[in-house]
Design a protein around this ligand. Structure first.
Ligand SMILES: [Zn+2]
Length: 311
């Protein structure tokens, strides 16, 4: 599925067609970039605008954890100049697809070089894990805008190496976007500052918030681990419900990438309220509330803040 509108693709092609005379046509051919999921596609778009073609294999509101690539995805990857995946087990299928497709371009693992955080032991608060709670690194690095700023700087270098004629423009746009990410980080700090410690507790569908938690001091619990695969056991769900009651967690959130059934059951049985929908692992469509990374983070933070402050 493509994030870019047909019109935008067209503009890119037209821009490429109106090259300055004397320059080799090859240098002006727009780069073909494929990303595993929608948030990475938006980061590339922020850096490169309409000068590249961008395709996200997993599009808006879709779950990338358990995605099964199609033959069309293999063709897209084989034709790409640059493939960007998240890594850390989030989109292992994409790395396999790159190896199987005959891809000859440049593969970038966005999370490479970032400081990572281990996921919490699941369903237990006494320091060990078993069942689906095996210790794992949380792959959701984009929940921290400062880590995203590092990713953006690396992606700008990759794009600049692939198209030196636009290197300055890529680096300038990446720098400007990096400043917006730093502003986003300060804004989140100030939005959450008035919330008392006892209210900084939220339940979501799966463990997607370790980086947000570490940066902004909000305690997240979830019935599912860092992946959306498998069903939590009845015992794990019952334990979480007891924990919600004991710790007086008041708000439970849906996620745009998972079914609402389990989280609605948990709200019903724990007495917590439903706090609306968070955009965790995917953007919304263009007409939704989170069509870009910046909009996604602002949407989530406003929902989280309002839920934690509500009487
Ligand atoms: Zn996830």
């Amino acid at each position: 599925m493509s994030l870019t509108s047909g019109r935008r693709w067209f503009v890119g092609i037209l821009a490429a067609a109106t090259v300055a005379p004397g320059l080799p046509a090859l240098a002006q051919k727009p780069l073909n970039v494929v990303t595993s999921f929608s948030i990475l596609a938006d980061l590339v778009r922020e850096i490169a605008g309409d000068t590249v073609r961008i395709q996200a294999l997993v599009g808006p509101d879709a779950d990338a954890h358990g995605y099964a690539p199609t033959p069309g995805d293999a063709r897209s990857v084989a034709a790409a100049d640059l493939v960007v995946v998240n890594g850390l087990g989030f989109d292992g299928w994409a790395e396999k697809l790159v190896r199987a497709s005959g891809f000859k371009g440049r593969l970038v693992v966005a999370s490479q070089g970032l400081a990572t955080i281990r996921a919490q032991a699941h369903g237990h608060s006494h320091g060990h894990s078993h069942g689906h709670g095996r210790a794992a690194v949380d792959p959701h690095v984009w929940q921290d805008p400062l880590r995203v700023r590092q990713i953006v700087a690396s992606l700008a270098d990759e794009l600049a190496a692939l198209d030196p004629s636009r290197a300055d423009a890529y680096r300038a746009r990446a720098g400007a976007f990096g400043r917006q990410l730093a502003e986003l980080d300060s804004w989140i700090m100030s939005e959450l500052a008035p919330i008392p410690a006892a209210r900084r507790k939220i339940v979501t569908s799966h463990d997607a918030f370790a980086y947000f938690e570490a940066r902004y001091g909000v305690d997240f619990k979830a019935p599912r681990g860092v992946n959306l695969d498998g069903e939590p056991s009845a015992g794990d769900v019952a334990r979480l419900i007891r924990e919600i009651r004991r710790e007086k967690v008041r708000i439970v959130f849906l996620e745009n990438v998972s079914s609402p059934r389990l989280i609605e059951q948990i709200a019903r049985e724990s007495g917590a309220q439903m706090g609306g929908r968070l955009f965790t692992d995917a953007l919304s469509g263009p007409d939704g509330p989170a069509p870009t990374y910046l909009a996604l983070m602002r949407h989530n933070v406003v929902r989280l803040r309002d839920a934690m402050l509500a009487e």
